[in-house]
Design a protein. Structure first.
Ligand SMILES: [Zn+2]
Length: 460
């Protein structure tokens, strides 16, 4: 996007928000890092199921003690808006017409709702500025990390603009050749299968095409990532060892990390997909989401202007859609470990004054409840129709049941800590009698945009 257009929009956005900041704050603040972590498709009971398995109780995750905790409504411009009354008087309501991941990610990346399936465009097809575009203009480094394909809906919405989320070739081209983003990490490797074994016949679906892939690995330049007016090549890494090697020490300027597996780190590996967590041995040739997140941060934190990073646990949703309890819990544990690693990085190498961390999801998937839910109780009290998961103790899968093989429009959780996190709490002004206060998913993007403008405005 032309920088002039971006700047015009920034000036417009800034006008109502931060004039006071421009003139009243003379002391330069240190640069702000913003990290948004999205466990794709993990509703309340998905978070709970993983916590019960990990700890034998809820409330033990690092984000459970974050000062800001609220709910989020996730509907898209084309799906059914959340209705707090209907949601708790009809068991079926949240099943009707939920958002998809592309629209939900676009809402968080741009602050604007769009139609299902759309990446980075508004419902009329106009290109939206996303938080990566804005952070780049503000001089920050930017990155996306995912446990699924790097061009899948959620990371795509933070970088690309496409009418349809399945336009992988178009999206991959924008990411590799046109975006100034500094770090892209994920799966989609053309020369490996879904269990991480080398294949004879490459599959270029997720890397665009053969030419784009070969140009990438041969060091052809992409866009200008560092703002010096010259195109910058990617340093491409393709092995678990190379990912781990980036966690500490000096790093290249710009990294494209593709794990040696086709679609996702672990959830798609062969073996009994309905077995308990970790019964099927993990693929050992790929990094973990925590390792990828730390590697990405170590590349991004070289910039004195700070960075924006989106981390997605992308296959929680896939396990949910397949109603795979064991793999759902595994994937959410990998996500939890990534959050833990990021928190340790913040507390060791940065601070909560200089970093905002938001942990959330894009929508609920699978409509997980405790056993026996959905039946009208004899006394007619519909609030009793939703049962809690039955805790079986640490290391045991709680008793649970599924009511969907897709997404729902249920409210989902959000946890935030660090600079600006109180703004999330302030925006959570809608009330739900079960989940408490909630905000809209576009509020997440709006807060990030405001903070990027304000903290950069006083620094430049
Ligand atoms: Zn999703």
């Amino acid at each position: 996007m032309k920088k002039k257009v971006v700047m015009a929009i920034i000036i417009f956005l800034t006008a109502g928000i931060t004039l006071a900041t421009f003139f009243s704050c003379r002391r330069a603040l240190r640069p702000l890092n913003i990290i948004l972590m999205i466990s794709d498709g993990c509703g309340y009971n998905c978070f709970n199921a993983a916590s019960l398995y990990q700890y034998g109780r809820t409330g033990m995750q690092v984000y459970d003690s974050f000062p800001v905790q609220c709910a989020v409504c996730t509907h898209s411009a084309s799906s059914t808006p959340y209705d707090p009354k209907k949601a708790w008087t009809s068991f079926e309501f949240i099943l009707s017409d939920p958002t998809d991941s592309a629209a939900a990610a676009t809402a968080m990346a741009t602050g604007i709702k769009t139609n299902d399936g759309t990446v980075g465009l508004d419902p009329g097809g106009a290109k939206l500025i996303n938080v990566v575009d804005l952070a780049e203009v503000m001089g920050k480094k930017t990155g996306t990390v995912t446990s699924v394909q790097f061009c899948h809906a959620t990371p795509a919405a933070f970088i690309a603009k496409a009418e349809n989320r399945y336009q992988y070739e178009k999206i991959a081209y924008q990411i590799i050749k046109e975006s100034p983003v500094d770090v892209v990490m994920g799966c989609g490797h053309p020369y490996y299968d879904g269990s991480g074994r080398p294949v004879e016949e490459p599959n270029f679906r997720y890397v665009g095409n053969r030419g784009l892939w070969e140009g990438l690995v041969n060091g052809e330049p992409g866009a200008d990532a560092d703002g010096d007016g010259k195109p910058d090549p990617w340093t491409v890494i393709q092995t678990a060892e190379k990912f781990r090697g980036l966690i500490e020490g000096k790093t290249p300027e710009r990294v494209f990390g593709i794990a040696p597996i086709l679609k996702t780190l672990q959830q798609g590996r062969e073996g009994d997909v309905l077995s308990d967590p970790f019964d099927v041995p993990l693929v050992t040739s790929v990094p973990t989401l925590a390792e990828m997140s730390l590697a990405a941060i170590n590349v991004l934190d070289d910039d004195p202007d700070g960075f924006f990073l989106m981390v997605e646990g992308g296959a929680v949703d896939w396990a949910g859609e397949e109603n795979q309890k064991g793999r759902l819990i595994e994937e959410q544990i990998f996500f939890n470990q990534a959050v833990q690693a990021v928190v340790e990085w913040i507390e060791t190498h940065s601070s909560w004054q200089d970093t905002l961390l938001i942990v959330t999801t894009d929508h609920d998937t699978g409509y997980i409840t405790g056993p026996g839910s959905g039946k009208e109780p004899p006394d007619g009290d519909l609030s009793k129709t939703w049962k809690d998961l039955v805790n079986k103790g640490k290391g045991k899968v709680p008793d649970m049941e599924w009511h969907s093989e897709y997404h729902t429009n249920a409210l989902v959780p959000l946890f935030a800590n660090g600079f600006g996190s109180e703004r999330m709490a302030a925006l959570a002004d809608k009330k739900d009698r079960v989940r408490g206060n909630y905000l809209d998913n576009t509020d997440i993007g709006r807060v990030i945009i405001e903070l990027l403008i304000e903290r950069s405005a006083v620094n430049h």
